[in-house]
Design a binder for this molecule. Structure first.
Ligand code: ATP
Ligand code: MG
Length: 418
């Protein structure tokens, strides 16, 4: 048989497990969807829409719910002659200012066709630089007015604009301030809780008219979500009974993200498919899930490592040594002392303490280490531990630093690794 053929034993439709797959129904979100729908209902009455701020950690269905509901809302709006609903959706990734958001909105409106934009204008797109903010806002208002009717402006991942949040203040007020003949509602979506806290008070008042929180999923909810996807994505009877509970448990412990749970199931299915191709049984087992989790974590370390300098790798190596001895979480002060020893053994010059602290905090930003806040009678101090498994961290480090068998041995002696 050739290398490429259409035979598959496990996966019936892999697209269904992908992140961009739009499920028919969102499981476990009835309450939030009701709340969200209630906030959008004035649109159908022909009234001024509410502004809505939707927030919750990553992977909990904010974007998926928005797509679902807006589709439904547009369908319903289509049934009423006196409702002229237009939706403009922008993903604000890459927009760091209100100015950029405004330019992108203008260009979204002026682009000839975009599936999520129900409007288009014959005006020319604008360049991203070189105008006064006021000019861009005016262009945007002109465009919005010429579209007319009710306009929902959906700004996904709006936290990218940080504290430069003028647009969130200006857009909702445009109708009353400028006497525009158009009803504008803004839906802001964010997974950054700090962004919400740091919104300027005037923005909070307008944008957060209706606030909807999407909480993380618990293990039972994740199981349901996974089951529904697996039913369509996989052949019958390929799942051993503990696979979905295990995927759900891994992700519930960590983030409560459906995206993470789906990624784990997809990876486990891939590994099982390869095994089946090689003559193994057509089953996804608990071992496949554990292997998938290991590979995903390893990948995470490898990706994080691209941005690490050699010194950053030594800092990670130091934490791995401590972990192998069962000594983590460990205080930064003691990590630094051990780091100096590690560097001496490698014949390199150690960095100053401050720089090593920077590396530790970088590593935790990449999800490789975790900062543990500890307080004791002697005061507060920071401790770090690995946020990935020791074996994934060692695998990734070995590809840069050469074999690390002594640490593996130590870990086995301390029963940290099998
Ligand atoms: N309740 C659910 N039922 C079925 N699938 C879901 C559910 N919630 C999330 N998903 C799926 O999980 C993935 C992530 O969801 P989504 O993109 O909506 O997350 P998000 O909250 O927008 O995350 P981010 O903040 O990272 O943008 C998608 O593939 C989505 O289809
Ligand atoms: Mg999203």
């Amino acid at each position: 048989m050739g290398r490429f053929n259409r035979e598959s034993f496990i996966i019936q439709d892999k697209d269904v497990l992908r992140d961009d797959y739009q499920p028919e129904t969102l499981e476990e979100r009835d309450e939030e969807l009701d709340e969200y729908a209630a906030a959008l209902r004035p649109v159908i009455q022909g009234w001024q829409p509410n502004n809505v701020f939707l927030y919750g950690v990553t992977g909990v269905g904010k974007t998926a719910a928005t797509h679902d509901l807006l589709e439904e809302l547009q369908e319903s709006a289509g049934e009423y002659d006196d409702v002229d609903l237009n939706v403009i959706e922008l993903n604000c990734t890459g927009c760091t200012t209100s100015y950029q958001v405004a330019v992108n909105l203008v260009n979204e409106i002026r682009s000839p066709s975009h599936p999520l934009t129900t409007v288009s204008s014959s005006r020319e797109p604008m360049s991203e630089t070189g105008y006064q903010q006021k000019r861009i806002f005016n262009e945007l208002y002109n465009d919005l007015e010429s579209i007319g009717g009710t306009i929902l402006v959906v700004l996904d991942e709006i936290d990218n604009i940080g504290s430069d949040d003028d647009i969130l203040y200006e857009l909702p007020r445009a109708r009353s301030q400028l006497d525009l003949d158009v009803k504008i509602g803004v839906v802001g979506i964010s997974n950054d809780f700090k962004f919400r806290e740091n919104l300027s008070p005037k923005v909070k008042d307008t944008l957060c008219e209706e606030e909807i929180l999407f909480p993380p999923y618990d293990a039972t909810e994740l199981q349901n979500i996974l089951k529904h996807r697996a039913d369509i994505a996989l052949y019958d009877d390929v799942l051993e009974s503990d696979v979905i509970p295990l995927c759900a448990a891994f992700s519930a412990q960590d983030s409560g993200s459906a995206r993470q749970a789906l990624r784990l199931l997809r990876k486990a299915a891939d590994i099982a498919e390869n095994d089946a191709m090689a003559g193994g049984e057509a089953k996804i087992t608990e071992d496949h899930v554990r292997e998938a989790e290991h590979q995903i974590q390893r990948q995470q370390v490898v990706e994080g490592m691209h941005s690490l300098t050699r010194q950053g790798q030594y800092v990670l190596l130091t934490v791995c040594q401590l972990a192998a001895e069962g000594e983590t979480p460990e205080r930064t002060k003691l990590i630094y002392e051990r780091y100096r020893e590690v560097l001496r053994n490698h014949g390199s010059e150690p960095l100053k303490r401050r720089r090593v602290h920077d590396h530790l905090s970088d590593l935790s930003l990449h999800g490789i280490l975790r900062l543990v806040d500890s307080s004791s009678g002697r005061g507060n101090y920071n401790e770090y531990e690995l946020d990935v498994s020791l074996s994934s961290a060692l695998d990734a480090l070995e590809s840069e630093l050469g074999e690390l068998n002594d640490i593996r041995e130590t870990a086995k002696r301390h029963r940290v690794l099998e």
